[in-house]
Design a protein around this ligand. Sequence first.
Ligand code: SAH
Length: 653
Amino acid sequence: MDRFTLLFHDFQPLLALTTTFTGVQRLQPLWETAAVSLWVPAPIGEQIQQAKLPIPSLQVGSDLLREHLTQQWPAHRGLIFCLATGAVVRLISPLLQHKATDPAVVVVDTNGQFVISLCGGHQAGADALAQAVARQLHATPVLTGAANGLALPAIDRLGKPFGWQPGSGDWTAVSSAIARQEPVQVIQEAGSTLWQNHLPAEHSFQFGFPEVPAPAGSPPTPSPRARIWISPMQRSFSLEADFPKVQWHPRVLWVGIGCERGTSRALIETAVQSVCRAHHLAEAAIAGVATIDLKANEIGLVELCQGRQWPLRCFSAEQLRQVSVPTPSAVVEAEVGTPSVAEAAAILAASPSSDASLLRVRKQIIRQPDQPGAVTIAIAQADQEYTGRRGQLWLVGIGPGQLNQITPAAQTAITHADAVIGYRLYVDLIQALLRPGQIVEALPITQERQRAERAIELANWGLTVAVISSGDCGIYGMAGLVMEQLQHSGWDGKTPAVEVFPGITALQAAAAQVGAPLMHDFCAISLSDLLTPWTVIETRLSAAAQADFVTALYNPKSQTRTQQIETAQQIFLAHRAAQTPVAIVRSVYRPDQQVTLTTLDQMLAHPIDMLTVVLIGNQSTRTFADWMITPRGYLASLVNCETDRESNRESNS
Ligand code: SAH
């Protein structure tokens, strides 16, 4: 089973280009983790072959870099150069067209220290790509866009997580107003307001209409200098240079369509356009099309949906006839078994509870003299926008506590996700990895199920969600709970896409602090009997003690649960010497770390709590100075069987 990381998913297809062998070496962590093609000129291709570097998608150029780039430019969403910035600027300058369509361009310096977001920082996502690449290469991202300094979301990225479509307006001028921290009015008539909850305290957005008088005694609101509309309405802006405006269109409109057999795509499309125009609705705000299942294979309709990338939702006559609509028709009922197709389908697609008040445009019948067929159109507005995105759930282990103990892949996942969900303490630990504009939801420790449900809900809606656990998220962490809940909710194993990012678990971190206690077979046992019956835990403790496993005890003791660690000690004392070394490691890799080396009979004399992991040695474990070592038998085997040296060396790897 091939599993490539989903980290660079948003930038596919992604191409890296370099003209030196050092460049190839610098970029190596990229294709080791993600689907990235690499282009090199022919001589470097030979060097790669000689060095036997396994690069999965290698393009060796017979052409010049400039020619190759010209060809590849329109076909890629992300380009990563390891080349002099000046050279890259010259190469791409003739190819740049518009920031809405150009790919994201990032440059890695040949020392691999910096990753520059060169072009397409916001709309193409080059800032995000530079951050992701920098995390993989252990480099510093260089982001020069103005919003980055203010900890504000870039205005032309704002709606991307929710699948909003950017509409017309002067994006550069509104972005500049925000960068100058001038008051910018936001009028949001549709779409998620989650982004508003995660703004820094000192933002200069004003929400709502200034016409609403401020409460008596409050200071006057400064006049806005720019405006952002978030709405399904199509507004045409006049060119008032000093008051720039932009509009985002959340995809909330479901277009219900009924049509005669054989109606052309052109007629249906014209009908949709004219109804939208007549009602000042933006076509960009269309979520999709809804109709009766009899029309699922209506060629004009299918072609339109494919061409515009609109989902086509089909309902049976039985479902449609349950919906109460303003304009039922006896003729339609006689023909297809429901008095309404367009209105009922629009309402059903917009709201599973068929709330008829969501209908915005009643049915309109449109014909054209030169075209065969007729089209009926109605439009309903959903409360929640359709994102058009495949959700992703990233289950991320953040290690025991310090940022530098988190894998680069996990760091990238946290920085890149649309939403980060976790227990408050862990969210605090990874503050430095968070990015402006991210949705960050920290929940109390007791609410694991709610955390998992929330993460699944956001991912099912189309967001990329990172669920963070301390240590490894699959070791007494959130990964199991999320996957179990997904399975219960009828998940097909694919959507949302799941990726697990491993982390250093408490037993490894604790072991590192005391030396090499886990060098022979070991096991982990949690003493928490909240979810596991105590009799089961006791059986496992006995089995581990008998079988001479080095044993790590997680959740050893809480304020109310104090007996279990005593019982565990008794069980081990029945099978191991009183002097067996024990390490008690608290808050490892956190500022208040405490490490205590003791023995099995003395272990309870030291403080143990829920921030502690206890490592109990096996029969051969010993201490030396401040270290705890479990021999694996190398020295004995060297003495006893000189001839086995080679095989020993292998098992050491
Ligand atoms: N997923 C985590 C374990 C969560 S269970 C991991 O892989 O490490 C919680 C228990 O883990 C705690 O009661 C404690 O026993 C242990 N633990 C987690 N972080 C720890 C740390 N920094 N220092 C010591 N023990 C820790």
